[in-house]
Design a protein around this ligand. Structure first.
Ligand code: G1P
Length: 293
């Protein structure tokens, strides 16, 4: 049973400047809900009860978001706004959320290493705090199911266009079934020629606690940082790793184009916006084509 999750959320968000100058990218709203709340919801929907968020400088608003806000709650009660009041109460009671600060930004691997005392000897899930995956079965649940079947570290992967392999951790291996691959290689942000495939690590993992020993042996890699992918390559030799092809759509919110697309797609899924916003989009697109035509 996987009951703990780690959400790394200490990164600077340079790809989203200037809005991330004084505000965490994980708090960017998709309509009215910060990205990290979707990620926490995925944990909860996957049966996780205990979450450690790796935060850092300038990230305090994440803590405030999951804390109780008495003043706001009593104001909503006075106004008898049941809907908003219930939403606020939900956020503060979603899970047991803990925080630890990564004082120096030494990479994703180093961020995960900060979770060693929290996770102890238990396997745990990792969800990148700037990535939302929209799916029927939460992707973390998909990984937990695979972990229960194979009793090995499981990482979520998806296929990406060959020209994009250098943006991701890329894996190579042999297919065990339609959606499961036994890995024989992981490489962080390879060149197109070096890439063993076009299957990219998709920001969700279920790791065994042996990852912490592997991280201790991991030298600095890409970008002079301790890369989780490099530690996984060490773990692969010791324990084996499988990859699970995700069933769902991944949105990397740290990237402006993905953020825009996510906002539009999520708005169209919301009852209160679907019609009006859909109509607005149709008119905008029509105008665009009329101008071009
Ligand atoms: C991280 C991981 C990479 C993975 C990617 C998914 O990279 O290091 O292996 O493919 O997340 O988003 P980052 O995007 O933080 O540079």
């Amino acid at each position: 049973m996987i009951k703990k999750a780690v959400i790394p959320a200490a990164g600077l968000g340079t790809r989203f400047l200037p809005v991330t100058k004084a505000q965490p990218k994980e708090m960017l709203p998709i309509i009215d809900t910060p990205v990290i709340q979707y990620v926490v919801q995925e944990c909860v929907d996957s049966g996780i009860e205990d979450i450690l968020i790796i935060s850092g400088k300038g990230k305090r608003s994440i803590e405030d978001h999951f804390d109780k806000n008495f003043e706001l709650e009593s104001r909503l009660q006075e106004k008898e706004d049941e809907v908003l009041y219930t939403q606020l109460r939900h956020i503060e009671s979603m899970a047991n959320i803990h925080f630890i600060r990564q004082k120096e930004l030494n990479g994703l691997g180093d961020a995960i290493y900060h979770a060693r005392f929290h996770c102890g000897h238990e396997p745990f899930a990792v969800l990148l705090g700037d990535t939302i995956i929209d799916s029927v079965i939460p992707v973390t649940q998909q990984l937990i199911d695979a972990y229960e079947q194979y009793s090995q570290t499981v990482i979520a992967v998806e296929t990406v266009p060959p020209e994009n392999v250098s943006r991701y951790g890329i894996v190579g291996g042999d297919k065990l079934s339609d959606r499961v691959i036994r890995l024989n290689q992981l490489i962080e942000k390879p060149g197109r020629k070096q890439a063993p495939s076009n299957m990219a690590i998709a920001g969700r993992y279920v790791l065994t606690p042996a990852i912490f020993r592997a991280l201790e042996k991991t030298p600095r890699g890409k970008g002079n940082e301790i890369q989780l992918t490099d530690a996984l390559q060490i773990l692969l030799k010791e324990e084996g790793i499988i990859a699970s092809l995700i069933e769902g759509k991944r949105y990397d919110i740290g990237n402006k184009m993905d953020f825009l697309k996510t906002t539009v797609e999520f708005a169209l899924k919301r009852k209160e916006f679907a019609e009006g916003f859909g109509e607005f989009l149709r008119e905008t697109v029509d105008n665009l084509y009329n101008q071009k035509g």
